[in-house]
Design a protein around this ligand. Sequence first.
Ligand SMILES: [Zn+2]
Ligand SMILES: [Zn+2]
Length: 259
Amino acid sequence: MPRSTTTLSEVKEQIWLHSISAAFTGLCILIGAAILFYFMQFWLSGDMLLTARIVMGIAMVAGAGICGVAVYNGALTSKIQSVTFTCPYCDNAIRFPEPPTDDFDCEFCSRTVHFKDGKPVPVQTVICRACRTEHRVATSVQRFVCDNCNRPLLLPWADREDVAIEDAAMDALLQNYDVLLVAYDRRRESELAFKIQNLLVVNMNEARRLISTVSTQTPLIVGYDLPQRKAEAIRRQLQELGATATMRPTQMVAGQRSR
Ligand SMILES: [Zn+2]
Ligand SMILES: [Zn+2]
């Protein structure tokens, strides 16, 4: 992406670099001419010496002049007119020689401030649904990954399909499940009771009593509000004991309850 917009500090830096190299050149000419001016008397005499000294004298003046102009230009940078632009991401004031009309990187937070048709693109605050971190995102951006949890942010203005798919995947990721015991093998009741005892943290008698109430109409909730993997693991363990278990999304239950 082209960065045609230069900030005031960049402009100042360029002027300073230029001034310093010019001042150095001037200084070299001045010193060189002064040395020659002095040693000239050992090599030349009469008119030759006079002429050479006049030339060296002019060179010294010129060197001093270049040096002076460079220092003056450098000093002028503090008087350059500037406009202030507040970074939409970090709220720091950035100074420009003239109002910015094109993309540039903030010198404080290094993020790119976007422009469209010469105007800054509005920035909105988007909260990550997974970790609740707040992000300021330009509304021209179609994809933004949360730097805290690495999940894609749901951008209200983005309607791209892959964003929607990622969003659905995120829903699945965040969805918790209940595990329901609906039937069991009576021959393996003791093993199952032992498992239920551990899952529900009840004593053996209570576990046996709970199992005896199980039917498809009155399932026993053996896991509540669990991440998908955990819920699947419990269901598998129950199936290995000859029982039938199902999973249902926890939020649906909350919906049913409120009805
Ligand atoms: Zn910034
Ligand atoms: Zn996040």
